[in-house]
Write a protein that binds this ligand. Structure first.
Ligand code: IMP
Length: 428
């Protein structure tokens, strides 16, 4: 069975890192297909914390081969820092990490523009991670981007000059100095040299694996509600976070994908601005944040917290063609007397089962209330061992979404996982 896609079914931060880590031993190749250093997974290696933004967390398994594909946008400094940190902790990445020559490069001007634009937007700021993601994708579709392969080719300076020229009017309007093309070209050529051993035609590698019937794990970034086409536009990221993005991003045909697993937390969180109908701005929200450690691994920002949003999850199931749900952080809900679940929205007297075109603060969440549970579940070994109310909570999700929950995470450790089977088995 060739490819399995793992995607975020909410606003990102669903715990994809842990799921990819669990699925990697069953995989021959792990492929990150979209996004950039806006994402972040916190991992513990040899007792020390490592935060990976670009390299798939599967790299921690010594036999896993990992690809950072062409749908991503890459900051070479971040990439090299991750490689250095992993090597320093004894995780060798040589000959098993492949970085697409077609992935676009995040240049210093992209980060500057990202920050300047956010400042200009004032109260309407998107709350980006300021990693230059939007402007880099903008240059990609504007056909003036610089790609990883350009870093090790002689025309780099001309490409950077042409790119800067396109941004010159904006810099001058904002009264800011245009960065120096020559300096950027020199710095990035040096970074390119260091990256040279890893640069590859990644789509060819992935396709070879498809042809050889290898097991390919395609790892998305962010989540459906942040997808450029399907999310809460304009409060979104600039790439396709949905499963469809895996084909273009990794360079394979849709027929290679045999399963899609959507990851959802047992409640909801969001970082940055934009609508969040089930948001809790009270002490229950604070309690969720504290119990769930909801602080961003990329920016450290406190995450906005709320009850599980089923209209959003329903849409995620549809748009991604989700076959299964991996439900994470169920343990965080332990101790809440009652739990609410947003089952629908109300907009101008109408009941909506999915997010409408423009839900900027105008929809009202309609809740169903369920009794909570007090028994700790972080040591549960099977779904049957969960308290009755926890099982009823999961059953509500399955009933409403029409997709089975195939994995339940009840704590950060690998062992704290319930109902988990080989993900490459179809119909599991
Ligand atoms: P950008 O991707 O940095 O341009 O940010 C656009 C929006 O997506 C902002 O609201 C960010 O907070 C959000 N975002 C981007 N990456 C992530 C992520 O990995 N997790 C959660 N939110 C993210």
């Amino acid at each position: 069975m060739p490819a399995l896609v793992v995607v975020g079914a909410q606003w990102g931060d669903e715990g994809k890192g842990k799921i990819v880590d669990l699925y990697t031993p069953y995989s021959d190749l792990v492929v990150r297909f979209a996004g950039g250093a806006n994402a972040g997974h916190t991992l513990v290696v040899g007792g020390e914390k490592v935060i990976l933004h670009l390299i798939p967390s599967g790299i921690l398994h010594p036999n896993a081969r990992c690809v950072v594909a062409q749908g991503t946008v890459l900051d070479p400094e971040v990439l090299l820092r991750e490689i250095d940190e992993l090597e320093a902790r004894g995780v060798s990445v040589r000959d098993r990490l492949f970085i697409s020559d077609r992935a676009h490069v995040v240049l210093p001007q992209h980060k500057l523009i990202d920050a300047l634009r956010e400042k200009q937007r004032g109260e309407d700021a998107i709350g980006t991670t300021k990693r230059g993601i939007g402007p880099t994708y903008e240059d990609k579709v504007g056909r003036r981007g610089v790609r990883i392969g350009d870093l090790i080719r002689p025309a780099l300076l001309e490409k950077i000059e042409a790119n800067l020229e396109a941004w010159a009017p904006l810099f001058s309007a904002l009264g800011d100095q245009l960065p120096d093309a020559k300096k950027i070209a020199e710095d990035f050529a040096a970074l390119g040299e260091r990256l040279r051993p890893f640069i590859a035609d990644s789509a060819a590698i992935v396709n070879e694996a498809v042809k050889a019937d290898k097991k390919i794990l395609l790892e998305g970034a962010q989540g459906m509600m942040l997808d450029i086409d399907h999310g809460t536009y304009p409060f979104v990221t600039s790439s396709n976070a949905v499963a469809g993005g895996a084909c273009a991003g990794a360079g394979i045909g849709p027929t290679a994908i045999k399963k899609v697993v959507g990851i959802s937390k047992a409640y909801a969180t969001r970082v940055g601005g934009g609508p969040f109908p089930s948001e809790l701005l009270d002490e229950t929200g604070d309690a969720l944040r504290n119990a769930g450690g909801e602080f961003g691994s990329t920016t450290g920002r406190p995450r906005r917290c709320g009850w599980l949003d089923l209209p959003a999850l329903r849409m995620a199931a549809r748009v991604n063609g989700m076959c299964e749900i991996a439900l994470t952080k169920l343990d965080v809900l332990t101790g809440f007397k009652e739990l609410k679940v947003c089952v629908a929205y109300e907009l101008e007297g109408e009941r909506l089962l999915e997010p409408p075109f423009d839900c900027l603060g105008s929809v009202k969440a309609i809740y169903e209330t369920l009794p909570g549970w007090d028994e700790p579940i972080d040591g549960a070994k099977s779904r049957d061992a969960l308290p009755e109310n926890a099982r009823a909570y999961i059953e509500l999700i399955e009933r409403e979404i029409g997709v089975p929950v195939s994995l339940i995470s009840v704590g950060p450790d690998r062992e704290q996982t319930v109902s988990f089977e080989d993900p490459f088995v179809i119909g599991s």
